[in-house]
Design a protein around this ligand. Structure first.
Ligand SMILES: NC(=O)c1ccc[n+]([C@@H]2O[C@H](COP(=O)([O-])OP(=O)(O)OC[C@H]3O[C@@H](n4cnc5c(N)ncnc54)[C@H](OP(=O)(O)O)[C@@H]3O)[C@@H](O)[C@H]2O)c1
Length: 321
């Protein structure tokens, strides 16, 4: 995933006299949360303004003239080289102008903080881009004398080279529902019958699923990302959002329920399930969820464990029939 993080003023200024032209308490918190444990890529001038590598993340500095090396610190001579150096890790491009401009045609996700101020005589601006290529969500607001609003731009159609194939990742739409439901029923029928059980005759899953997806896609409480090879859906993922009374480790009370994880057997062991998981876990983060729950299939346990899921000690269920 190639991400971008920026804060810009109402008149699109991001820098003035070599500095960010505002200091707002809490404004940089999101930057720290997103980049920690991942990779941050910045231009030479932005790095020199900070003056040291940011801790607990790999810092890749883009420069044609200077070389920075050290613990968690590398230099690349182009943005493409920086992205290649990051390998499979999540990469966050964090300015300035030239780096943003170069990644805007293909960046997957942009975290743009809209700062409610107008800066006179700014000398570095955020480049123009085509907002129609992105889904936009408005997030938290904050600030003191100067207020800010978080926005998240997610590219609607993301392309990734996986082996010799170009895989497309995008969200499920109403137009996909028939194929999606067919795949879902095939998968759960296989899982249900594997132990010799017969599928109950009186359950009309197709209609129930149509009804579920229509309602929950419309109110935003279900989202799914698909992987496609050409027009063919070869992987699916799904996330439902539910709420509980808030508690300390989940102050929003919002929980993501992961479902519908499936990869066509011909496309397994290529990292596609992990990419789909990344997409829906990001959706859960953007929705403000404090945790994601899954009832894993035997095959899924390995993937989820490697991803960082943990068994939930005393989780229990009481069957109502
Ligand atoms: N508001 C925000 O979110 C935000 C974020 C970041 C920065 N800023 C502000 O923006 C300003 C700095 O941005 P800037 O655009 O002037 O500088 P910058 O991008 O930080 O640094 C520019 C330098 O990076 C290297 N570089 C950039 N593009 C390159 C490329 N495609 N290939 C190889 N090297 C490349 C070059 O280094 P060499 O000259 O060494 O080759 C270039 O001189 C500061 O005011 C900073 O505070 C604001």
């Amino acid at each position: 995933m190639i991400g971008l993080i920026v804060a810009r003023s109402k008149n699109n200024v991001i820098g003035k006299n070599g500095q960010i032209p505002w200091r707002i308490k809490g404004e940089q918190k999101q930057f720290k949360e997103l980049t920690t444990g991942n990779v941050v890529v910045m231009g030479r001038k932005s790095y020199e303004e900070i003056g040291h590598p940011l801790p607990n993340r790999l810092n890749i500095i883009v420069s044609r003239t200077a070389k920075f090396e050290g613990e968690n610190l590398m230099t690349a001579s182009s943005v493409k080289e920086a992205i290649a150096l990051a390998g499979d890790a999540k990469v966050y491009i964090s300015g300035g102008y030239g780096l943003y401009k170069e990644v805007l045609p293909f960046v997957d996700k942009m975290y743009i903080t809209e700062v409610d101020t107008t800066i006179e005589d700014g000398d570095v601006f955020f480049p123009e881009f085509d907002a129609d290529e992105f889904d936009v969500k408005t997030g938290e607001t904050g600030g003191d004398e100067i207020k800010f609003t978080r926005t998240i731009y997610t590219r609607r159609v993301q392309k990734k080279q996986v082996g010799d194939k170009e895989i497309i990742y995008r969200k499920l739409t109403e137009a996909d529902l028939d194929s999606f439901i067919h795949m879902r029923i095939t998968q759960i029928t296989e899982e249900y019958t594997v132990e010799g059980r017969e599928v109950p005759k009186n359950v009309d899953l197709a209609s129930a699923l149509q009804d579920f997806y229509h309602r929950h896609m419309a109110d935003g409480t279900f989202v799914s990302w698909l992987a496609l090879d050409g027009d063919k859906i070869i992987g699916t993922s799904g996330m439902s959002f539910v709420e509980k009374p808030p508690y300390y480790t989940c102050p929003t009370g919002r929980i993501g329920l992961l479902s519908s994880m499936f990869t066509n057997p011909d496309y397994r062991r290529m990292g596609i399930a992990k990419d789909l998981l990344d997409h829906v876990v990001d959706e859960a983060k953007d929705y403000g969820c404090g945790a994601v729950w899954i009832t894993a299939s035997n095959m899924g346990v390995k993937l989820y464990t490697a991803y960082g899921f943990e068994h939930n000690g005393n989780f229990m269920q009481y069957k109502l029939k």
